[in-house]
Write a protein that binds this ligand. Structure first.
Ligand code: PHE
Length: 356
């Protein structure tokens, strides 16, 4: 083997050992670079005669071409290997199941809210919404609740910074402030229509107030049946001759429709609320099913107190009515047989997806 054959052989070996394109380019420089072995051979020709130059030059050229061919071959090999590697890494398994689009669903308490709105809507009640950060006036004072009432203590109510007589300074503890907020708006409209003074008690004619107000409420309380955030739905019906009899009728109709149970029995148990007089807790009793025979409390209620009617801007000698406040969380637990309120607020998909 002459020196040129040996050189080509060693170039082939070095190129074969190059594992990456960068390795290969380094190897190439050793043979074909400016100070590579080929360039050195060319320089070495200077001392040769013209005849010798011809044969030696041709032989060097052949060797050079052989090295370039080996280099290109190895370049292709490396590129092909890289392509195969990429194809392998990005391989798609077309037999895998496709990505499913998750279908959402309403929260069980939202389902209850919608149900409540639909049933009361069918009885001619409109739906009102109001602020969760409420003022002391709407949450307590306007509702005839005395300064020293225990519900006003820090143990029961979440107070927030600031606050003046009419500025928001607490998280509403019930939806009852909506009685005042909604009635005041309603009365304002018909006072204006009748040309009655804006700040007097109104005794002119107006359509009845019939409204429910569902929403979030807050109390300092937390266990299996109490959550610091919970839901309530207020109901208010004010007119000229609206009595306790109407409350009984409306609420019985509602409960029987809500629970799809025609033999459901209601009990109005005497109670106390500052904003109603007389007041009653409403209990229900199923005649069949797992809860049959037990009295279950679902709402507070009563005839709206004359002081509250006044705070609505109405003359209590003319206008009278009833109010109730129920717990949609509890209604949801009863309807679906859920025994821990906290399940509703944990956000566990395994629980929630059962209501889809
Ligand atoms: N607001 C009362 C409560 O939270 C419920 C209620 C509403 C009672 C309306 C009477 C009338 O307990």
């Amino acid at each position: 083997m002459n020196d040129l054959d040996a050189l080509v052989q060693s170039a082939r070996e070095l190129f074969a050992r190059a594992a990456t394109p960068a390795d290969l380019e380094n190897a190439k420089a050793q043979f074909l670079g400016k100070s590579g072995r080929m360039t050195e051979l060319m320089k070495g020709m200077a001392a040769l005669s013209v005849e010798e130059k011809k044969t030696r030059g041709a032989a060097i050229n052949v060797a050079k071409q052989a090295i370039e061919a080996a280099l290109n071959e190895r370049r292709h090999e490396l590129a092909e290997a890289e392509l195969q590697r990429q194809l392998h890494a990005e391989a798609l398994d077309v037999t895998l199941p496709g990505r499913q689009r998750g279908t959402g669903g309403l929260h069980p308490v939202s389902l209850t809210m919608e149900r409540i709105e639909a049933i009361f809507g069918s009885m001619g009640f409109e739906v009102a919404d109001g602020p969760e950060i409420e003022s002391d006036w709407f949450n307590f004072t306007a509702l005839n609740t005395p300064e020293d009432h225990p519900a006003r203590s820090m143990h029961d109510t979440f107070y927030v910074e600031g606050g003046s007589e009419k500025a928001p300074n607490l998280l509403r503890t019930h939806t009852s402030p909506m009685q005042i907020r909604h009635a005041v708006q309603h009365v304002k409209r018909y006072k204006a229509l009748a040309g009655a003074p804006a700040d007097g008690l109104f005794s002119g004619d107006m359509p009845e107030i019939r409204v429910i107000a569902p929403g979030r409420t807050y109390r300092v309380d937390s266990d299996a049946t109490h959550s610091p955030m919970f839901h309530q739905c207020e109901g208010l019906w004010i007119g000229e001759n609206v009595s306790f009899k109407d409350l009984k009728f409306v609420f019985t109709d509602f409960c029987r429709t809500f629970f799809e149970s025609d033999d459901l029995v209601l009990r109005f148990r005497p109670s106390f609320f500052p904003f109603t007089e007389p007041s009653a807790e409403i209990d229900i009793q199923f005649q069949t099913g797992p809860l049959a025979g037990r009295w279950l409390e679902v709402a507070g209620s009563g005839q709206v107190h004359p002081n509250v009617v006044r705070n609505m801007g109405l003359d209590p000698e003319k206008y009278i009515g009833f109010a109730f406040g129920m717990g949609p969380d509890r209604l949801t637990m009863l309807r679906y047989g859920v025994n821990d309120l906290r399940l509703f607020f944990d956000g566990d998909i395994r629980f929630l997806s059962q209501f889809r």
